[in-house]
Design a protein around this ligand. Structure first.
Ligand code: 3PY
Length: 252
């Protein structure tokens, strides 16, 4: 039985002071809701310490938005998996379309980061999804299949149980557009089938597949009620304690 995961991707928002304010609000509201759902926040690197400190007495977990695939060394500006684990992270987002688009992330680097995350007991949230052009061309199913397969290359049957996949159609990121519940369900079902083919049905049934791409209180209910949608990776709405809490309440 999969537990829903509601994860906030803060992107490049909220330094430590703003993070403290947001977390304060989130903590207050979170205390009022019953615990049926896993909740995660992924602040920028500099606010991870603040989040861990603020949330130590809650069951809200903390994750990062990226990691480097090397252990340490001369990689100016990069952060390793061991540093994230040491800082109190349990999850890390990998291969978000913004990283693929602006920072040259490829299926190969996504795979390397996934391996490194698992090595450090960080659950990787692997982002996949097509552009509008690819959808219009009818290539979206094949593209997502290629992305999932490449990301999981070399990942064992045991390791894959800690993986989370986030389907984030690029055309629904930062555009206000959202996939319809039917479009989301179709793709999530497709991803589960890919996982079953790569591993086995039992593994596929236990892996969380999140929907990401403008999930907000107004559309969360419809999306989360789809059988293969196991939670959300939430951008803008995770920056507002009320909206994020509302999504958590909807998920419960
Ligand atoms: C969005 O909702 O815009 C996201 O990109 C979540 O990761």
């Amino acid at each position: 039985m999969r537990r829903l995961l509601i994860a906030g991707n803060w992107k490049m928002n909220c330094g430590p002071y703003d993070a403290a304010e947001l977390l304060e609000g989130l903590k207050a509201r979170k205390a009022e809701v019953d615990e049926q759902v896993d909740v995660l926040v992924c602040p920028p690197f500099v606010s991870i310490g603040m989040a861990v400190k603020y949330l130590y007495d809650t069951d809200i977990q903390v994750g990062a938005q990226n990691l480097h695939f090397e252990e340490n060394g001369a990689y100016t500006g990069e952060i390793s998996g061991s540093m994230l684990a040491e800082s109190g992270c349990n999850y890390v987002i990998i291969g978000h379309s913004e990283r693929r688009q602006y920072f040259g992330e490829t299926d190969d680097s996504v795979n390397k980061r996934t391996q490194k995350a698992l090595e450090h007991k960080l659950a990787p949230i692997i982002c996949v999804g097509e552009s509008l052009k690819q959808r219009k061309a009818g290539d979206h199913y094949d593209l997502v299949k290629d992305q999932v397969s490449a990301a999981l290359e070399g990942i064992s049957e045991e390791q894959v149980l800690d993986v989370v996949i986030a389907y984030e159609p690029i055309w629904a990121i930062g555009t206000g557009e959202t996939a319809s519940p039917e479009q989301a369900q179709e793709m999530h079902e497709h991803i589960r089938k890919i996982l079953a083919d790569l591993y086995n049905q039992e593994a596929a049934d236990s892996i969380n597949i999140l929907y990401g791409g403008s999930m907000k209180p107004a559309n969360a209910q419809e999306l989360l009620s789809q059988p293969d949608v196991d939670g959300g990776l939430i951008g803008g709405a995770s920056l507002d304690a009320d909206s994020f809490s509302e999504i958590i309440t909807i998920a419960e």
